[in-house]
Design a protein around this ligand. Structure first.
Ligand SMILES: Cc1cc2nc3c(=O)[nH]c(=O)nc-3n(C[C@H](O)[C@H](O)[C@H](O)COP(=O)(O)O)c2cc1C
Length: 187
């Protein structure tokens, strides 16, 4: 296996982080890997926002948890509570990726590709990570969406796409075993 395939095989979603924030040098390398992602027609209808502001992370987590707690379907809330009650699993920083779907309809696909660049770059540098769509819950009720968009510096018209939590693992986990049944060859 070459180094790239090893990193792909080693990546796993970390749900328990230490307080320590990775250095700016590491975060910059990850952010630069992110913006090297391909995008449809090279639109790049995304931004890469590295968030180290503890208060902002805390406020988004609180708002997201409160949104989950008030949902009629309690399954996601219960799952997070079983995992320790923290939407962001104690991650000390994250990269938020807002997108502009008005500029380009499949922007969310590009956002996912960019986020995968983040998770693989982070893994290669020893930084634990997890894609976190639930960060979007902080925007879901609409009540604080504008406030968070402003604090995160979303450009006009941009909306939350996805995020990746980053940090050092408190608890590591083996990557899941891939199901090779999902692969077929037509010859
Ligand atoms: C677009 C996307 C959003 C995700 N959002 C969350 C999330 O909000 N919370 C969470 O705990 N895991 C989230 N995950 C992680 C998945 O649950 C995880 O990738 C999956 O269980 C497979 O585990 P693995 O990443 O360790 O292989 C997300 C993954 C993707 C691709």
């Amino acid at each position: 296996m070459n180094e790239t395939l090893k990193v792909i095989a080693e990546r796993y979603s970390c749900r328990n982080y230490k307080d320590e924030i990775p250095s700016d040098e590491i975060l910059e390398a990850i952010a630069e890997a992110a913006i090297q992602a391909p995008s449809g027609m090279n639109r790049q209808a995304w931004r890469v926002i590295v968030v180290k502001d503890k208060e902002l992370i805390h406020d988004m987590e609180t708002e997201g948890m409160s949104y989950l707690a008030n949902m009629e379907d309690k399954s996601s809330y219960n799952r997070i509570m079983e995992r320790g009650g923290r939407l962001f699993y104690g991650a000390p920083c994250m990269i938020v990726v807002p997108i502009d779907p008005a500029q380009y309809a499949p922007a969310l696909i590009d956002c996912g590709i960019l986020c995968q660049n983040i998770t693989l770059a982070a893994t290669s540098l020893g930084i634990a990570n997890i894609m976190c769509g639930f960060t979007g819950l902080a925007f879901a009720s609409g009540v604080r969406a504008e406030e968070f968009s402003k604090r995160l510096g979303f450009p006009d018209g941009y909306a939350f796409g996805c995020s990746v939590l980053l940090g050092y693992a408190n608890e590591t986990r083996a990557p899941h075993i891939p199901d090779k049944e999902k692969i077929t060859f037509i010859e």
